[in-house]
Design a protein around this ligand. Structure first.
Ligand code: YNC
Ligand code: MG
Length: 398
């Protein structure tokens, strides 16, 4: 029934696709309330200061016990404190967009929602958006309609900065996805994934066969592959910018943002979050790829699954003018991703995850990724555009 979402500037199910693309509601800074709505008795708003390690720790504690679980409640995302520093303090971050709810009296943090600024291109329009993430409510406060209150509060705080649009993703279906991707998983340590209940043993196989199936060489094979460095920033920025022009919903990064997202903002965190590699041939960067680290806890056990998530990548091969261009890109991406798997294995990851976006469907099957149960739906707030096909259903990709 979507009692809350039906009141919001988002497209409704069953409505015609908008044309042309544009905002769903007109906005006026002078009409934005300067204080947040009243919270239920016993709770109060707080701006969580993520420049303070102790407060990052509090967000970590809330998320590690109450954030997203799979549908069978076997695994829960365990975003590390270092990950939160990285994900929530991207260039231009706004302190006021890190919204907490605390218990009056004890000061315990019981709910959170965050935004970071992002410049997005949706087809031919470029939007200054907030990217909303880490919406989380303590399990004891669920089902009390607090989520809509948090969403309205972060909206108000974005509006105060004259930001009227947002992008967010969720595993649940809400009005109304502008795109949907599927998760794919590639085992790196099959035995561990089996023992933790993440991977089943197919009826037609044996443990030994599964282990052999996912075995990888010890060393990478792409000539010129090396760690990405600060000196590569301009070249990677240029390559990625051109590569992303081929897609309909993409971020527009500055060089500074590339440094943050691909080089750990200068490796300033306790733990390494992101791994980035370039291919340099005759002094030119021709390709790059990256992946980031996000563990999941195995619920009820003292164990975690170390997952590498494929992040941004690009290849000059994408611009080939040859009649065989598609095949060339497919071959190149398969070689690069095979090396990405080898590197992730070397850094002790148990599984390598990817979504059906960008050019991923060109290599997922060949690299032995299997489809997961989960989908990820993409949403835009206050922006109408027709559905963006992609991934596995995208005829142009297969
Ligand atoms: C969700 N994930 O439909 P209706 S993803 C948005 N995103 O509203 P209550 C959600 N809305 O149907 P609970 C949602 N999940 O009546 C539920 N809803 O219209 C809607 N889980 O509220 C739901 N994190 O407070 C319904 O539900 C209403 O107590 C019900 O709380 C929900 O970060 C939740 O999965 C998800 O912590 C907080 O279950 C809670 O159950 C929880 O009674 C585990 O809420 C963690 C989890 C969500 C991860 C994410 C993206 C969030 C995007 C939010 C929307 C942003 C819009 C743009 C704002 C800025 C605009 C500008 C400019
Ligand atoms: Mg609630």
């Amino acid at each position: 029934s979507y009692k809350f979402w039906n009141t919001q500037p988002v497209p409704k199910f069953g409505e015609d696709e908008p044309s042309p693309d544009g905002p769903l509601r007109e906005n006026d800074l002078s009409k934005v309330k300067t204080v947040g709505a009243e919270l239920i008795e016993g709770f109060e708003w707080d701006t969580v200061d993520l420049a303070d390690d102790q407060q990052v720790r509090e967000v970590y504690e809330l998320l590690s016990h109450h954030y997203v679980e799979d549908s069978e409640a076997m695994f829960r995302f365990n975003y590390s404190a270092s990950f939160l520093h990285w994900a929530l303090k991207a260039p231009g971050w706004v302190k006021n967009w890190h919204v907490g709810v605390r218990v009056t009296g004890t000061r315990k943090l019981v709910a959170f929602i965050s935004g970071i600024p992002v410049t997005l291109r949706v087809r031919e329009n470029t939007l200054r958006c907030s990217e909303i993430n880490f919406l989380c409510i303590h399990k004891k406060l669920r089902g009390k309609r607090l989520a809509p209150v948090l969403i309205k509060e972060v909206t108000r705080r974005c509006n105060l900065e004259s930001v009227w649009n947002a992008i967010y993703t969720a595993g649940v279906v809400l009005p109304k996805p502008i795109s949907t991707c599927r998760y794919f998983h590639r085992s790196l340590d099959w035995l561990k994934l089996y023992e933790t209940g993440f991977s089943p043993l197919p009826a037609s196989s044996t443990k030994a066969k599964q282990v052999t199936k996912y075995a990888l060489p010890a060393n990478t094979s792409t000539t010129g592959l090396r760690d990405m460095e600060v000196k590569d920033l301009d070249a990677v920025h240029d390559l990625l910018t051109r590569y992303l022009e081929r897609f309909e919903l993409v971020p527009k990064f500055t060089v500074e943002e590339i440094g943050h997202w691909l080089l750990n903002g200068g490796s300033k965190y306790e733990e390494r979050i992101v791994w980035s590699y370039v291919v340099e041939e005759e002094g030119k960067v021709t390709d790059f790829f990256s992946f980031y680290s996000l563990e999941s806890s195995v619920i009820g056990r003292e164990e975690t699954i170390r997952a590498a998530y494929l992040f941004y990548y690009a290849s000059e091969t994408a611009f080939s003018k040859s009649p065989n261009a598609k095949q060339e890109l497919k071959v190149r991406l398969n070689a690069l991703m095979h090396d990405a798997l080898i590197l992730a294995k070397k850094f002790n990851f148990d599984v390598f995850n990817a979504l059906t976006l960008l050019d991923n469907t060109l290599f997922l099957e060949a690299q032995k990724f299997g489809a997961g149960d989960g989908s990820l739906h993409y949403y835009l707030f206050n922006w109408g555009t027709s559905f963006i096909s992609g991934g596995i259903d995208d005829k142009k990709n297969i």
